[in-house]
Write a protein that binds this ligand. Sequence first.
Ligand SMILES: Nc1ncnc2c1ncn2[C@@H]1O[C@H](COP(=O)(O)OP(=O)(O)OP(=O)(O)O)[C@@H](O)[C@H]1O
Ligand code: SF4
Ligand SMILES: [Mg+2]
Length: 317
Amino acid sequence: MAEPCIEVKNLEKYFTVGKGKLHAVDGVSFKIEKGKTMGVVGESGCGKSTLGRTIIHQHEPTGGQIFFNGKDVTKVKGRALRDLREHMQIVFQDPYSSLNPRYTVEATIREPLLLSHRYSKGELADEVTRLMQLCGIDERLRLAYPHELDGGRRQRVGIARALALHPDFVVCDEPVSALDVSIQAQVLNLLMDLQEQENLTYMFVTHDLSVVRHISHDICVMYLGQLVETSPSKELFERPMHPYTKALLSAIPTTDIHAPYQRIQLKGEITSPINPKPGCRFAARCPYAVDRCREPQELHEMSPNHFVACCRVEELN
Ligand SMILES: Nc1ncnc2c1ncn2[C@@H]1O[C@H](COP(=O)(O)OP(=O)(O)OP(=O)(O)O)[C@@H](O)[C@H]1O
Ligand code: SF4
Ligand SMILES: [Mg+2]
C-alpha cells in the first residue's frame, strides 16, 4: 500500500450522557491511502459523522491515535492544531445551514483565505476567482447570497470554501444527500474531478450505498460505533460477508433481474450505544446469533484487505 494520508488506530469517541457513556466511535482502525476515497456507511446514529469530526479534530478523541501523513497528530494543540485544521476540511450535507446567509458567494469563499493572513487584497480576489472556476461556479453569482442559489450551486460554494486553503484530506459528510437526484451526479463528478486535480484524500460518509459504490475505493461498514466489515469497494458489493452488510446491501433497489438481492428485513431492537456490552452489537437483530456472539468480535482478514468482525463468518459464507 502507498503511504496513507490518514490512519486511525483504535479510535474512540465517547460522550457523557447522564451517568453513562455513549460509545459513538468505539475502537475504529483503518488507513486511507493518499488520493483515495474511503466510503463510510451505516444507519443513522452509528457514528459516521462523529468519526469524521474526530479525525479532523473537531472532537477530542477519548482514546486511540490519529496519524496524518505518517505523523501522530492525536494530541496536537495550539498553533500546530490550527495548521493541521487547514489541511483537513469538511463538506456538510446541508450547505444551506453551513453557509452564512448574510455572506455573498465571494465573502464566503474569501473568509478562510482572509483568516489565513497569507494573501494581499489583490491576491484574495484572484484566489476567489480561481476557486469559483475550479468548482464550476458562474462568475455572475459572485455577489449572490445563499438563498438565491439552488442546492447544487450552494454545495459548490461549500466545496470551494473547503478547498480554499489546499487541504490534503476532506471529510464529505453526506454531501449529496440533500440534493435532487439529477444534481447529485453533477456534484459527485465535481468531487471526483477535484480529487484528481488537487490530489485529495476523501472520507465519504453516506447512508446511500449506490452513491458510495460510485465514488469509493474502499468501504467501511459501521454498526453502533464499530467497524463490522471493511473491504475494497468492488469486492464488498460482490461478496459481502457480515450479516449486517448483507442486510444493508439487500435494501438497494436493483434493476438486474438476473441477480436481485434478496431483501433482508432486520427485526429486533437496536442495542443502546450507552454502556454497551462487550459482545457483537448486532446480535439483537442478527438472525444467526448464538451464545458465542456475546464475546467481543474482532476484524479478521477473509481475503486480501477484506476484514469481517463476525465469529460465524466462515460457516455463513
Ligand atoms: N455532541 C454529542 N453529544 C452526545 N451524543 C452525541 C453527540 N454527537 C453525536 N452523539 C451521539 O453519537 C451517536 C453517533 O452520532 P453520529 O451523528 O455520529 O451518527 P451518524 O452515523 O452520523 O448518523 P446520521 O446518519 O443520522 O448522520 C448517536 O447516538 C448520537 O446521538
Ligand atoms: S457475531 Fe453473531 S450476532 Fe454478530 S453478526 Fe456474527 S453471527 Fe450475527
Ligand atoms: Mg451524520
